[in-house]
Design a protein around this ligand. Structure first.
Ligand SMILES: [Zn+2]
Ligand SMILES: [Zn+2]
Length: 639
């Protein structure tokens, strides 16, 4: 008899070494149909594995988080089989599950996306046949013999220790693999090949170039459809494409990885920074600015020369070594240390939108998402240890207002002391409990990342969620026990003793450049009125009305609105279409009737038009709308 214990503590006895499938069937046939694997005494194994001794068993169904990786990895076997059916001399290497799906690296003639449909229909045959994945164990010698004509597989096997090697077969296809796999290929019914790229064997440029064919799979066709829709939508919203079309920014070989912001991009930038400054002023921050180039002595003192040297741009001036700042911190420390401080001044909240440069390899640069020069919305807060909780809550509330201005939600993550760290147990305990109690009082759920803090202190990371459900880590709140020490920062406490302040670094947008990239994709270029680079375009319906448009435009500009007049001799329909393509929120037409009555025809991007809106009324409503930074023009109720 074999005694099986379930996660809920329940137990069941079986005769004759049951498989996971037998155990599942003993619960119900319907349940068993949704089981794909099991966790046997803590290890994921195939559902068909016989259970030979008393064990704990957790059955993995299609709903469990582990199931998706098993599905996708199994799908890579199905794809490899299909490819061998079509391209007989293709040589297989490895085929893992990855974050969004799976891939297989294969030595074969280049394929393109045009070849996907024939591979997919070959895969569909295996799916339809519901071929079982059958495991068998062989010796290393047998494995090498099996793969004698497969150079990559035999290379991998020859590197393994002696002992048994597991093979998995479905239909006419065998792969050597640790597993586990699905019970049969029928589960792979919702799959799609997604892209192909080049990859080197063992990521080594001197070795063979392989075709890396990517695909994805889901248990449910609806989920696959949703995934593919979001993927297309992300492509459509690509910030580089929209940035080019809207003339927001560009990149040039003369400064790789360093964005050039054009006039319209600067309007966006300034709208963002205006919000940032207004909110920071309300939250009791002051703003500072420090040089972008500082001497090497400073970077030695801050520890950057030791820990960050390879990412820094350096130069020599008047025989003195300098580095361009990769972070704003040391400059901020010098300002704090410039004069003595009293406990009565604390907390000090000093923000700096500082331009930093970090050398990144050219291969990883990606539009505004990964650059070499960017502005961080940094701040350094200096406080006493009993102010930690309130300051953290203050930063969380400020973040909530700033993200909320774009309709972005966020998630929190607390990272605690890593193995390698500076500071005493007591310092870490005070710092970590300060962060934790702030999170508890703030009352927003958070994830705990044990041991993932910086060596100089614990931290809270803020991940925003965009309109496509993608998450981006933007904000970070880091307590630092190292900098105040290195820069010998102090304050005079109420008992006249000099003490070290607690110091926090924090960003909310993170990199302004990257945050703008995220916003471009989040809004698909259709920014809320308060941000839009051009808020309204005037379309006089003939040349005689241009003067009238100019007269009204002056009033709009006096009200702080960003406007343009389309003077071109194009048809009105063409001008409307171009304004829509440029994603200008308000298209204002002026004809003779409008001129006489002092009104405008107001067209919004959703296609709605309102005729005879008095100029005065429109101006007042737009001003109030922009001032309140409303997200949607639907709130702009016009008579
Ligand atoms: Zn496998
Ligand atoms: Zn800092």
């Amino acid at each position: 008899m074999v005694n099986i214990t379930f996660p809920d503590g329940g137990q069941k006895q079986f005769a004759d070494n049951p498989t996971g499938l037998d155990v599942a069937k003993s619960i119900s046939e319907g349940f068993a149909r949704n089981c794909v694997a099991m966790e046997l005494n803590g290890t994921l194994v195939d559902l068909m594995t016989p259970i030979t001794e008393d064990s704990t068993v957790r059955l993995i169904t299609t709903k469990d988080p582990e199931a998706l990786d098993i599905l996708r990895h199994s799908a890579s076997h199905v794809m490899a089989q299909a490819i061998l059916h079509i391209y007989a001399d293709a040589k297989l290497t490895i085929g893992p599950a990855v974050e969004d799906g799976f891939y297989y690296d294969i030595d074969m003639a280049p394929v393109s996306e045009d070849d996907f449909s024939k591979i997919e229909s070959e895969m569909a045959k295996a799916v339809k046949a519901k071929l079982p994945f059958v495991r068998r164990e062989v010796s290393k010698t047998e494995a090498l013999d099996f793969y004698k004509d497969e150079p990559y597989k035999s290379e991998m096997i020859s590197e393994l220790d002696e002992g048994t090697i597991s093979f998995y077969a479905h239909g006419d296809f065998t792969d050597f693999c640790r597993g586990p796999h699905l019970p049969h290929t029928g589960f792979v019914k919702a799959f799609k090949l997604t892209k192909v790229s080049g990859a080197y064997w063992r990521a080594d440029q001197t070795k063979a170039q392989l075709q890396r064919i990517y695909g994805t799979a889901f248990f449910d066709k609806k989920e696959l459809k949703q995934y593919l829709y979001l993927r297309e939508e992300a492509k459509r919203r690509n910030h580089r494409k929209i940035g080019q079309a809207m003339e927001l920014f560009s990149f040039h070989d003369e400064a790789p990885g360093m964005p050039f912001f054009h006039a319209k991009g600067m309007e966006l930038w300034n709208a963002l920074l205006d919000l940032w400054r207004a909110e920071h002023r309300l939250a009791g921050y002051v703003e500072t600015k420090t040089p972008i180039m500082l001497n090497i002595g400073l970077w030695e003192r801050s520890g950057h020369m030791e820990n960050y040297r390879e990412n820094m741009y350096t130069t020599t001036v008047d025989e003195m070594g300098y580095a361009i700042k990769p972070m704003n911190c040391p400059g901020g420390m010098l300002i704090y240390g410039n004069r003595p401080h009293s406990y009565r001044e604390l907390p000090i909240r000093a923000a700096e939108v500082g331009l930093v440069h970090r050398h990144e390899l050219s291969g990883v640069l990606a539009g505004l998402f990964r650059v070499r020069a960017f502005h961080q919305d940094d701040a350094h807060l200096f406080m006493t240890s009993d102010q930690i909780q309130d300051e953290i809550i203050g930063i969380l509330k400020l973040s909530e207002r700033l993200y909320g201005a774009f309709g972005l939600g966020f998630e929190l993550e607390l990272s605690t002391r890593p193995e390698k760290s500076i500071g005493t147990d007591e310092q870490w305990a005070t710092a970590t409990s300060g962060l934790q109690s702030a999170l508890d009082v703030y009352g927003h759920a958070y994830r705990l990342n044990e041991g993932d803090g910086a060596f100089y202190g614990p931290k809270i990371d803020l991940h925003i969620k965009d309109a496509l459900g993608r998450t981006w880590q933007c904000g970070t709140i880091q307590l630092d026990m190292s900098m105040p020490e290195r820069f010998d920062l102090t304050y005079v406490d109420s008992d006249n003793q000099r003490r070290r302040p607690i110091m926090i670094h924090r960003t909310i947008f993170g990199s302004i450049e990257r945050f703008l990239g995220i916003l471009i994709e989040h809004f698909a270029g259709k920014f809320p009125l308060w941000m839009a680079p051009v808020q309204a375009v005037f379309l006089p319906i003939n040349d005689a009305l241009i003067a009238e448009a100019q007269k009204i435009e002056i009033e709009f500009r006096k009200a702080g609105l960003r406007t343009e007049i389309d003077h071109r001799t194009e048809s009105l329909n063409r001008k409307i279409r171009d304004a829509q393509l440029a994603k200008i929120p308000l298209i204002l037409t002026i004809g003779e009737k409008e001129k006489e009555s002092g009104t405008l025809a107001v067209r919004t991007l959703d296609g709605a038009v309102r005729y005879g809106v008095p100029v005065e009324e429109l101006l007042q409503k737009l001003q109030a709308h922009v001032k309140a930074r409303r997200l949607s023009l639907e709130d702009l109720t016009l008579t």
